[in-house]
Design a protein around this ligand. Sequence first.
Ligand code: GLA
Ligand code: ZN
Length: 681
Amino acid sequence: MVSLEFPVVYFGGDYNPDQWPREIWHKDMELFKKAHVNILTLPVFSWALLQPAEDVYNFEWLDELLDMIHAQGIKVCLATATAAQPAWMSRKYPEILPVDFEGRKRKHSGRVNFCPNSPVFREFSGRLVRKMAERYKDHPALALWHVGNEYGTYCYCETCEKAFREWLKKRYGSIEELNRRWNMNFWGHTVYDWEDIVAPSGLSEVWRDGHLERTTFQPMVLDYKRFMSESSLACYKNEYDIIKGICPDIPVTTNLMGAFKPLDYFKWAEHMDIVSWDNYPGLKDSPGSIAFNHDLMRGLKGGQSFLLMEQTPNQTNWHPYNSLKRPGVMRLLSYQAMAHGADSVMYFQMRQSIGNCEKFHGALIEHAGHEHTRVFRECAQLGQELENLKGVIGARLKARAAILFDWENWWAVELSSGPTVQLSYVHQVKKYYEALFKRNITVDIIKPGDDLSPYALVIAPVLYMLKPGVAESLKDFVENGGTFLTTFMSGLVDENDRVTTLGYPGELKELLGIWVEEIDALEPGMCNSIRKTQAAEALSALTRERYACAMLCDVMEAQGAEVLAVYENDFYAGKPAVTRNAYGRGRAYYVGTDSEEDFIQELLEAICDECGIIPDFQVPQGVEITQRFKGDTCYTFVLNHLTEKVIVDLNNLTGKDLITGKTVAQRLELEPKGVAVLEEK
Ligand code: GLA
Ligand code: ZN
């Protein structure tokens, strides 16, 4: 049985000793001990060293390292090393190399530079992993398996094209069905034979327009994304299954990347024992947008704890401007991860490399090579503090509000030709998320089809694609007293991006009590405004009469719903913009336009009040509070994102601050970027 009750909060991260001579390894071990490191991830990119030629494997150096690490009492997150194949392999078996979006065959380079459907790649990676698993299965340092690294490359080679056809055959059964589901009579694109189908790339139906991906044939491209996500997943699974066959009790993961568009992580998580992810926010990312990614990652396995597999101890190298993490910020962001469900704090990288693109990426051990640096001191202090946080491991958050998130929906929304190129799915989702985050309301991120019964409020921004059964589950939820909110661009298409002919928003019409007749897109710089109606007077959280709106305006009619706000301008002035429908014992809200954030903030405040989701604490803006629960114990994380001292009112809470060991009652003073973790039994 895989146990996720880790003995410690894992603290450490990616270690690349293969870039260093042996003397340095010994020095590193001393420094790791000083920093309270208890886990090292390796050898992530060492395939070339482990298998220098087709029939030559060389594990001795790794044996030596694992023993050396174990002798320090440090655990190993053993990486399968398959993210970058050796040069000889690319040369001898060029079929491994992918073909890019433009149709160019890639040469050996970079990493994750392999065709996910290449049988040769699967064979070689499988062989390496089997050898590693057999060799290290009983190694006492082995704590976790880390498969590959940051999967995500799409390939358009002939192998993939052929495999795509097979995938389609399975999905649709017949060419007629495919023509129907892809609506191929459009532009006379009817196909007669599976062989007529080509991979949709820059050579065929897709082109890039700045950062946008445009296409004339959405269903085809959507299916290719599904197929590519599954193809990389199959690569991962190939390794996962081999490991499981040999080491059934050791948890296996791969490092995900938050809201990373190319891969449908909900599907991936089904095959991971524990989710782990790499958190690299930009300096300007708000605490809420970072928290969103954590909650998304926690949501992948229904609220189970995850691992923070990587973050930088300091700057990154790959943003255009790589600012230093200001004193205290790394610590604060580490606790923020834990506040949202992480059971580890791990870094990339332990020792800073001297050459190539990551030489200016932050590290525990910087180029100076010793521990007398700001970054080392901050890491070591954190490492020591985390030794007191073992109790938190496995503790869960409890949410009464959920946001629906769906990768396929994301793809479909942003592939759509019209009504506007301005619509970003994640941006819309985050607008709603941030509104709750600012009030310290815990949110679960769930996928369509998940059980809604634990929640009082479910929000589905831009639920453009309605999958079978989802409308029913939402109706049931509201019928039984739940509150649902959705927005413009919802209920419009099926899984093949075919528009509903029931009138918008399709299967959600009855639940919402509206009919959207037209959708108006405003050019950048244009706006409209919405005005509160009489019916909204009871929503006292709405403090203003009027709020701006832009980008998209639904022109709609209420068919049973109450109108809470109307447009003020244009030919649809006076028509409904925001509605609420009583349905069964619950209510369904519809926001038909992209309103300014204040409106969303206040509307959600009103809705939360209505459904009894009241924040437990009233704290200054910029102070974040979450709670994790285990048995009878509650862990309250209090995080000060501000650059000034704050006094936090804790109501009646009395708990032991696990960081200082002191008991805190009712009030807490936090330094700028300060943190407290209060344990209350
Ligand atoms: C990713 C990778 C690491 C490293 C870091 C640098 O997260 O997984 O190998 O390249 O980025 O930020
Ligand atoms: Zn390929």
